[in-house]
Ligand binder design. Structure first.
Ligand SMILES: Cc1ncc(COP(=O)(O)O)c(C=O)c1O
Length: 359
């Protein structure tokens, strides 16, 4: 009843932005004494947490990001949500947290999305951004894992992340995450470690730092929330998954789409100096970032801290084609030849996709 009233009184603000408008409901499940409860949909509200909780003291946390689309669909549709489930399970294992059961994860996504179905903006590029996350809530000041955990799904009706091509700055000093550390996982600490470089690059007139491999600072890895693809001699080249790169759902989907369209895809180590030479010589005709939030974001310039900048051509045809191809599937304008979309109301279908999954 309370939820119904909250939703009845809710309306979208005229300007959404990305991740700035928080939806009025959330899903919450608790892990206590060795097992998870079923979880429930509740009003969106601050949560109370013990100041000694392991998430606050030692960043014992992991999260996901995915979108529900309702552009041409009659019911909201999710894009490959099982991949987020498996990735959260992987990140949780790395952070020594119990896996959220598939039914709890599926119920969380489905209930939040369906409660908000009338508030999912329907313009192209718009969506309901879903943020499932898991954290250690048990109090403990010695460095060990919590024995209590909270899983939440919050949501944000959103526009696309970037509306303009982005300018990136090569980060040659800091690294965001290590191989053997948490570089391939989606955990908050990686993002906290990226903020110093982000702040510095924004001060210098760029949008995002471009991270290099943490060992040698030689090869390109990713942006702070997106993977990278370069078009070199007409082929798609992307950094191989090195152990310190997040295996993006958008990345793997675009690579599948590109192969399906007959393009050559190469996953390899890409030295930054080679890439810059290829941009200067014109061998690299496009460089773009991809991720759930930004979908496909063309990069217009790659700069350095000393102020030097290499510009890319303005017309990124491959990026534009791939962006349209993936958006057409996500927004229901084209067939879905890979079976990527799933109706958020279809709990059984969601559950089926998450089973059995890699352990
Ligand atoms: C560090 C990082 N790399 C890449 C990505 C892109 O991943 P996805 O396509 O699954 O959103 C993200 C976003 O989740 C990210 O945070």
């Amino acid at each position: 009843m309370i939820l119904e009233e909250i939703l009845k009184g809710y309306s979208l603000p005229p300007k959404l932005g990305f991740g700035q408008t928080l939806a009025p409901v959330m899903f919450r499940a608790e892990y206590r004494d060795g097992s998870w409860d079923e979880g429930e949909l509740t009003p969106y509200a601050p949560i109370s947490i013990d100041p000694a909780a392991t998430v606050l003291q030692y960043a014992q946390q992991a999260f996901e990001g995915l979108k529900a689309y309702k552009v041409r669909q009659s019911s909201p549709a999710l894009f490959r949500p099982e991949m987020n489930y498996f990735r959260l399970r992987q990140s949780s294992r790395r952070m020594c947290m119990p896996a959220v059961p598939r039914d709890v994860f599926a119920r969380g996504l489905s209930e939040v999305t369906m409660a908000l179905a009338d508030f999912i903006p329907g313009g192209s590029g718009q969506s309901l951004y879903l943020r499932p996350f898991l954290m250690g809530t048990g109090p403990c000041l010695s460095v060990k894992s919590s024995d209590a955990f909270t899983f939440l799904v919050i949501a944000s009706p959103s526009d696309t992340y970037f509306s303009q091509p982005i300018r990136v700055m090569v980060e040659r000093e800091d690294c965001r995450a290590a191989v053997g550390g948490t570089g391939a996982d989606k955990v908050g600490g990686n993002y906290a470690a990226s903020l110093q470089a982000t702040t510095a690059c924004i001060e210098l007139g760029f949008d995002q730092p471009l991270w290099l491999d943490p060992r040698e600072r030689c090869c390109i890895e990713e942006l702070s929330g997106m993977n990278l693809v370069a078009v070199v001699d007409g082929e798609l080249h992307t950094p191989r998954l090195s152990g310190s790169i997040l295996p993006g759902v958008t990345r793997v989907s675009l690579l599948e789409l590109a192969r399906h369209q007959g393009h050559t895809v190469v996953e390899r180590s890409i030295p930054i100096d080679e890439l810059l030479d290829d941009i200067r010589s014109g061998r690299c005709s496009e460089f773009f970032a991809c991720g759930t939030a930004a979908i496909v974001a063309p990069i217009s310039a790659v700069g350095e801290r000393d102020g030097s900048v290499v510009e890319l051509p303005k017309t990124g045809q491959m990026a534009a084609r791939l962006r349209s191809a993936i958006l057409d599937i996500q927004e229901g304008r084209s067939d879905d030849p890979f079976g990527w979309m799933v109706d958020a109301a279809d709990f059984e279908a969601l559950l089926f996709r998450m089973s059995p999954g890699p352990e």
